[in-house]
Design a protein around this ligand. Sequence first.
Ligand code: AMP
Length: 221
Amino acid sequence: MNIVLLGGPGSGKGTVSNLFEKTQNMGHIATGDMFREEIKNGTELGKKAQEYMDKGNLVPDEITINMLKGKMHEFEGSNGVVFDGFPRNKKQAEALDKMLEEQNQKVDLVIFLDIPDEDIIYRTTKRRICSNKECGAIYNLEYKKPKVEGICDVCGSELIQRKDDNEETITERLRVYHEQSKELIEYYEKKKLLYRVQLHANVNITKEMISEWLENYKANR
Ligand code: AMP
């Protein structure tokens, strides 16, 4: 099963992906993480992407789609993939359909994490992530605190704040999100793949919630 996660910055896409990875043994593709890795490694692609990311803008479609094309084969043997942060617009959604079609696959479900803007600002400014990429645990200083300040509960690595999780960049990311997401939601609504989940500021997403969403979705198809 291939799942696309839609939702604004800080809506919980990373947390949901981590849970799917662990409970359903699925692959996880997060284009934002891929770009951050390129930046960390000082590659040309990373340098180009950073210019856009620092401003809260989207990296151009061509760069993003090409990067993803080069990575898709890594997930061929997995039990489906969770797409987190891709697609961000209709053009990317069409490109994803094509990429999956080439592997005789398709998007099976789209989960839309719907959360009010003010809650997004609250969640992202208080978000901390594990610096160990293999771990990828996500915390919130208000409602999902680590046991020891600044240290990941799971692997003991240092917790860091994403460079673009500041109020100014988030405001721009939100604007871009609203501009692009409408057509994307419509695209998947038409295909009858969209499952909408209403969230708010302090919701800590759990594996039980995810099982419930999957059951509801299957029951109402
Ligand atoms: P994220 O980690 O998904 O919040 O993404 C962080 C930043 O990476 C975004 O603000 C964009 O600048 C860039 N980015 C991630 N995914 C995409 C995408 N699918 N298309 C364009 N830019 C992206």
